[in-house]
Design a protein around this ligand. Sequence first.
Ligand code: MRU
Length: 347
Amino acid sequence: MQNQQFDTVRAIVWVDGELRLLDQRRLPQHSEYIVCKDVGSVAEAIKNMVVRGAPAIGVTAAYGVVLAAQACYRNSPQTWRKDVVTDIDNLARARPTAINLCWAIDRMQRLFLDIEGDPYPVLLDEACEIHSDDIRANKTMGELGKSLFTESCAVLTHCNTGSLATAGFGTALGVIRSAYAAGMISLVFADETRPWLQGSRLTAWELVQDNIPVTLVAEGAGAYLMKQGEVKWVIVGADRIAANGDVANKIGTYTAAVLARHHGVKFMVVAPTSTIDMNTPDGDAIPIELRAQEELLMFSGQRIAAVGAQAWNPVFDVTPAELIDVIVTEKGVVTAPTVEKIAALFH
Ligand code: MRU
């Protein structure tokens, strides 16, 4: 087995009172960190895809709250709790679909009332805990997901759900790392994932670094790929899971789920419970981010679409619970998800 489980990539680093974010727009050609010294630059980095992936956005937002509170306290120790609200609202609006963003901000805000004096040390501790909890959850999900394999097979994954999309190790990619190490995965097919190419730029890069064999496919190849019979599992992450088990994830996930059911391929969603939103009853209530048309009309700064054509660019879709065979969380595995089974995770 060649897998050495490097998992050395870290998208989010807090050092010397500064937040450093690996600029994922430039990978894999360039590996550069940008420095965020204030909450405004953190919100911009999330909006502009410097950092992306639901859990990574949550961790980043937690550090954003630290920077916001620190600045407001320095400015006015008496009124920082009130002053910080505008910054936090702006941060929460950076991207609408990934619930981890609001989940992390809520968790940070819950501490505000009990803080006496300088909020910096208490909030920094909490942000660091959110950061390390996420890695722990991913390792647990890796073990749980691995145990669902009954034979060595090829798998298909979509978007990027690895160390880059999380605090480290990854959700769906964490299961893939663990199952590969256990000899249960022979090959990973990665969708290239248009228009940001998270599959070809990021997932392929992470897997190559871990010596896990990866073959890229265009999303349009999914049906034909599954018909060959080699792929036994589709494994994806999630940006928000509704209370009934419907899953919002990168656009194209729903397509893969429909194709998987048609071809008798199992469909696994891997996400920490911080991605489950019990206040969203079902997938219809999940806000789906629409991004700029230019992301489809242009490529590398060049117009590629016919002049005069418009583009529709929803960047997430919703896979209904009935198409999902299993949801893996750090609190346990839910097969054939229902409202009751999802609620039971929190009891
Ligand atoms: O637009 P992105 O790159 O932030 O979308 C990311 C995804 O859709 C991931 O699949 C999801 O966040 C799960 S990441 C562990």
